[in-house]
Design a protein around this ligand. Structure first.
Ligand code: FES
Ligand SMILES: [Fe+2]
Length: 340
């Protein structure tokens, strides 16, 4: 089974997906999770698997700040401990489920699957720009591994082909300058295209420079910034409408939750927010086709050809693999089974 980085926050849901009385079941990192809000509004996240006969607790019902299994009634509090057995005063000590730390921030519900004592909310990447109501938020499920989706975002050169009709870049990236920049623990994939013909809305007597950058933070939190300036002006201004958010949370080894936020110029309710057609009709079918082709054989075992455009996505894959390997070594050492 795939290993995932654990000591890191994962975006599990948008805040609006979990209303006061909701019981939300979602598969995250190949494990079933159930979420609900306590009466004080804080979010509880438990394993969605009753330890008795393994019924999903999400098929049960809320009882105050607890969740009652719909099969034989064992009831679990927010800490995951069973607090009621209808058939006996005795509650077996192993009648409990894991409860995960959560934090509501940047319009999202974040979950920590690693060591609970290390779940510091300050480790959630800064996505505060998403709180601007002019950015719409939505989620889609992509039937592709989260690292394939990350590849797609860290290598935006695909826009020339996958999005040939929608973006009509017309080959400007073929001569673009691509650089990989490390900033603390983050990795940027930066494209700069210079001396381009002006867009119709700009003065027609001067050329322009365009940039298209993507920042990655572990495990798969990405922020895109893009813009256009008269040629020779300093690029990479910071206007909020230049930013978009792409956070990918593994659902299974072959599917991902894709949380996206981007500037739409007007406040939109969740019902009004639609994923861009370029995602659903261009990126998503391509990624799903790639996943079907790979099957369940590891990406590297297919021996991919590496091109210069892959510099950032390969750096990210290696960084993530290193972080997961380091975590694995530590947990094996803790169990006393570390190789010498
Ligand atoms: S399966 Fe939950 S109480 Fe039996
Ligand atoms: Fe794309």
């Amino acid at each position: 089974m795939a290993r995932y980085l654990e000591n890191v926050w994962y975006l599990a849901a948008w805040d609006h997906e979990l209303q006061a009385d909701d019981v939300l079941a979602r598969r995250l990192l190949d494990r079933p999770v159930v979420m609900f809000r306590k009466s004080d509004g804080t979010v509880v996240a438990l394993d969605d698997k009753c330890p008795h006969r393994f019924a999903p607790l999400s098929r049960g019902k809320r009882v105050g700040d607890a969740l009652q299994c719909g099969y034989h009634g064992l009831t679990f509090n927010a800490s995951g401990a069973s607090i009621k057995n209808f058939f006996s005063d005795q509650i077996p000590p192993n009648a409990k489920v894991t409860s995960y730390p959560t934090k509501v921030l940047h319009r999202g519900v974040w979950i920590w699957f690693g060591e609970a004592g290390r779940a510091d909310p300050a480790l959630i990447p800064d996505l505060s720009f998403v709180e601007d109501e002019m950015l719409s938020i939505h989620r889609i499920t992509v039937r592709a591994n989260y690292e394939l989706v990350t590849d797609n975002l860290m290598d935006l050169s695909h826009a020339e082909f996958v999005h040939a009709e929608s973006f009509r870049l017309g080959g400007i990236m073929f001569n673009g300058q691509h650089s990989v920049v490390e900033e603390g623990d983050d990795i940027w994939s930066n494209w700069l295209m210079t001396d381009l013909p002006p867009p119709p809305s700009a003065p027609q007597d001067e050329t322009v420079d365009r940039w298209l950058d993507m920042r990655w933070s572990a495990p798969a939190v990405m922020v895109q910034r893009m813009g256009i300036v008269p040629s020779g002006s300093p690029p990479r201004g910071a206007a909020p409408h230049n930013f978009s958010m792409h956070v990918i949370t593994p659902e299974t080894a072959a599917s991902s939750h894709y949380f996206h936020s981007y500037f739409t110029g007007m406040p939109k309710t969740p019902e009004q927010a639609e994923p861009p057609r370029a995602f659903t009709e261009e990126d998503e079918p391509m990624l799903e086709a790639v996943q079907r082709t790979l099957g369940d054989v590891d990406f590297w075992d297919h021996k991919p050809v590496i091109l210069n455009i892959d510099a950032a996505s390969i750096r990210v894959r290696r960084r993530l693999a290193g972080l997961i390997a380091a975590e694995t070594r530590v947990s094996e050492a803790d169990r006393g089974g570390a190789p010498a």
